[in-house]
Design a protein around this ligand. Structure first.
Ligand SMILES: CC(C)(COP(=O)(O)OP(=O)(O)OC[C@H]1O[C@@H](n2cnc3c(N)ncnc32)[C@H](O)[C@@H]1OP(=O)(O)O)[C@@H](O)C(=O)NCCC(=O)NCCS
Length: 151
């Protein structure tokens, strides 16, 4: 089972390495460092042995929360951890008073999109040329989900 905690600057080298292992076009160290010093939610995801194996970054703004990055090292992918991590983010968002959740996903990222759909996200729009893809660009789906307000 994985656990989450607030990420810290000392985690950056491992976060950068995990990002590079998981994505063909990873976020740069500068982007990740900026995210750490911002008001974003930035979780470090740790294994039972306290190895840092992933991260989740989201931007809460009033009643909305925008998922910016969810990443697990390939060695731990496919074990249900991504689903559990996203469910934890949904719970956190609801208890933080967020009722509208947003994210973007590459058109070719079938695994992630299927996972988001199974958690209740729906396609809202196709953002043309949103993602870097070598010399070309790739479109991305904007997806959203409504959460009931907790009274
Ligand atoms: C996307 C990601 C977070 C999902 O986490 P994960 O732990 O690998 O996914 P899970 O094991 O929780 O599986 C989620 C679903 O995807 C399916 N799945 C996972 N890996 C799969 C694969 N390689 N092929 C097909 N289906 C797969 C699972 O069957 C599961 O569906 P189910 O619950 O109905 O059985 C993770 O794979 C990842 O970090 N990928 C690289 C970065 C990335 O693409 N992030 C998303 C950017 S939008």
């Amino acid at each position: 089972m994985l656990s989450t905690r607030q990420a810290k600057v000392a985690d950056l080298p491992t976060i950068v390495a995990n990002e590079q292992a998981a994505y063909p076009f990873p976020w740069s160290e500068a982007m990740l460092r900026d995210s750490l010093s911002s008001q974003y939610l930035f979780w470090a995801v740790c294994s039972a042995e306290q190895q840092l194996v992933g991260h989740l970054i989201a931007q809460p703004v009033l009643d909305e929360c925008h998922l910016l990055n969810v990443c697990l090292h390939p060695k731990v992918q496919g074990n249900g951890y991504g689903r559990a991590l996203l469910e934890q983010w949904l719970q956190w968002s609801q208890s933080a008073g967020c009722t509208h959740l947003w994210l973007e996903v590459r058109q070719s990222n079938i695994v992630a999109e299927r996972l988001y759909r199974s958690l209740g996200f729906q396609r809202q729009a196709l953002r043309k040329n949103y993602y870097q893809a070598g010399p070309l660009r790739e479109d991305g789906w904007v997806m959203s989900k409504h959460l009931d307000a907790v009274i």
